[in-house]
Design a protein around this ligand. Structure first.
Ligand code: SF4
Ligand code: SF4
Length: 405
């Protein structure tokens, strides 16, 4: 499709090998659709419609929402219906698994979602935020497999997958435990070993699963808020690329990446992202660019307080603590920003669940430390993590999140 935004390119597509669908390399994540003044209040429908329809006009054909992203499904349903555009996009949305306690809940949420989206089927349906195998097995115990089978045979769900925020080891168990059609992981250049990481990405690709990337720019922090030294490093190699473009190009360079979800709030972001998505095919980064990414990671690491490489040798922890996830979010809270670190902490420890295994649950048994090649004094560093990531006000925020999800 030819670009009408004058961004100089045309949308590139990657093949979903399981379905044969051609998916746009740039997808639209609508978790944070534009809102009223100051980014608060109800979704600004006019602005959202203009952005989404512009993106579709430029060839974006994958839109990701979720039951838990307040108002996102209803907004998308209205926009697609008003513009007669349902058949121009693949809709991805998610089952709020933490709210599913019994089999009937699956149908209850799914029917509500179809009604909000004003559609009779979901193209890409995900179990929202599986953190570990136990969580997936809990869903199996209340009949999720038969339910999926029924929905697929009825044509109401086309492709089934899951989004993931746990450890690499758990990711590998979850993808081997079911015949998934696709998955969604958090992945960006700032830490390629975070959560499922590059190992998870490649394993999924070996299984011919399309991989959808979320948080490619760490909630915008890799676009706005890069340390100056990182920005200068990039500028020295190519002053014409924005920090966001650097973030997306690192992902687009990898053939295992299928769709990159970006939450786009304005025309400038949309145009920049479209230009970037159009600008590169897999394995086209130059050696100067690859060196710049390595330098950027080195700069990030210098501000890390705990030298964890995310290898996972310390796992499993008898308390179920995601040790590398705790350390990565603690480090990100220094390198990138406190809010980003906290969001990572909540998602990777499952702090939003009552059964969460947060750093403060560490029993100081010392089992993990014996296996750490970095010789990290894990029990003591867990205390540091708990102090920084779980102060009283954070505990109150977590309590509030638990009520919503
Ligand atoms: S010391 Fe703490 S983090 Fe390490 S295995 Fe024991 S309980 Fe888990
Ligand atoms: S073994 Fe050490 S370096 Fe590896 S993930 Fe655990 S804490 Fe990090």
């Amino acid at each position: 499709m030819q670009c009408a935004l004058h961004c100089g390119g045309k949308m590139k597509y990657r093949i979903d090998e399981k379905s044969g669908n051609r998916l746009s390399a740039l997808g639209f994540g609508i978790m944070r659709l534009p809102k009223g003044v100051g980014g608060v209040g109800a979704i600004d429908m006019k602005k959202s419609e203009r952005l989404i329809m512009k993106a579709i006009g430029e060839g974006v054909n994958y839109i990701d929402c979720a039951y838990l992203y307040a108002g996102s499904e209803a907004a998308l349903g209205k926009i697609l219906s008003a513009n007669n555009a349902r058949d121009k996009v693949y809709i991805a949305t998610k089952l709020p698994i933490t709210k599913c306690k019994k089999n009937e809940d699956f149908d209850r949420f799914f029917s509500e979602q179809l009604a909000s989206l004003q559609t009779d089927h979901v193209d890409y349906y995900l179990m929202h935020n599986i953190n570990d195998l136990i969580q997936w097995q809990g869903l199996k115990a209340i009949g999720i497999e038969k339910w999926i089978e029924r929905k697929k045979s009825a044509g109401q769900i086309k492709q089934i997958g899951f989004s993931f925020h746990g450890t690499r080891a758990e990711f590998l168990k979850v993808i081997d435990d079911y015949d998934w059609d696709f998955c969604q992981i958090q992945y960006n250049y700032s830490d390629e070993n975070y959560q499922a990481g590059v190992t998870g990405l490649r394993r999924a690709a070996q299984k011919h699963m399309p991989v959808i990337i979320m948080e490619p720019l760490l909630g915008g922090k890799l676009a706005n808020g890069l340390p100056k030294r990182v920005e200068d490093t990039f500028k020295r190699v190519n002053p014409n690329l924005s920090p966001a473009a650097w973030g997306l190009r690192w992902l687009l360079n990898q053939p295992e990446v299928t769709v990159i979800l970006s939450g786009m709030n304005g025309d400038d972001q949309l145009t920049d992202n479209l230009r970037t998505a159009d600008s590169i095919e897999p394995r086209e980064l130059t050696s100067a660019e690859l060196t710049a990414y390595a330098e950027a990671v080195k700069i990030f690491r210098e501000s890390y307080k705990i030298p964890c490489t995310g290898c996972g040798y310390c796992l499993p922890c008898p308390q179920g603590i995601n040790i590398p996830g705790c350390f990565a979010s603690h480090n990100a809270s220094y390198a990138i920003g406190r809010v980003t670190g906290f969001v990572q902490y909540v998602t990777s420890t499952g702090a939003n669940r009552v059964t969460a295994s947060t750093a403060s649950k560490c029993a100081a048994c010392g089992k993990c430390a014996r296996h750490c090649p970095q010789n990290i004094d894990i029990p003591n560093r867990m205390k540091d993590v708990a102090r920084r990531m779980e102060p009283l006000y954070m505990k109150l925020v977590i309590k509030a999140i638990r009520k919503v999800v």
